[in-house]
Design a protein around this ligand. Structure first.
Ligand code: AMP
Length: 158
């Protein structure tokens, strides 16, 4: 947990943001973020950044000819985020799902700042060798975050 708080130590989190890579263990991140948001009475935003195009998550994700591929991908991502939020039983009133397109490690801290998020929950596969604790996305988020970051350890990639 990287602590960058300026708020009083005991103040609960108000805005939690879960960074969800749909190709990976999004469920684990959302479950952890939902639990913390619930304990703190905070709102929860689930954010996915479409930073690679076309995606390799599923080769069924090919837009019909009459649809813009990015819009199609965005709608699909929103649908998946809603499903993850439902699965983690995040109440409708305290949640938001968001999809953005650009580079995840830059976009996530920017959106966190815009939304006055006070805790980002991200995953990290580890260990990464050569003394690196985190992968590039988690590393970028931790360095650029305007707030606290909770790094959820994910299974090491093989
Ligand atoms: P990585 O460093 O790529 O292994 O990713 C580590 C964590 O960063 C993931 O578990 C997610 O929490 C977050 N992340 C990576 N890519 C994205 C993305 N495209 N959109 C949102 N979050 C992401």
């Amino acid at each position: 947990l990287v602590v960058k708080r300026t708020a009083p130590e005991a103040a609960p989190y108000r805005q939690v943001l879960a960074a969800v890579d749909l190709a990976q263990e999004g469920e684990r991140i959302v479950t952890r973020a939902a639990r913390i948001a619930s304990l703190h009475g905070a709102a929860l935003t689930l954010l996915h950044v479409i930073d690679s195009f076309p995606v390799d998550r599923s080769n069924t994700l090919i837009a019909p000819e009459d649809q813009d591929p990015l819009d199609y991908q965005r709608a699909d991502a929103l649908h998946h985020l809603e499903a993850l939020a439902d699965q983690a039983r995040v109440p409708q009133c305290g949640r938001e799902v968001a999809v953005s397109a650009r580079k995840a490690s830059r976009e996530i801290p920017l959106i966190a700042a815009e939304r006055e998020v006070d805790l980002i929950v991200t995953g990290a596969h580890g260990p990464h060798g050569l003394g690196r604790l985190l992968g590039s996305t988690a590393d970028g988020i931790v360095h650029r975050a305007p707030c606290d970051v909770l790094v959820v350890r994910l299974p090491t990639r093989t």
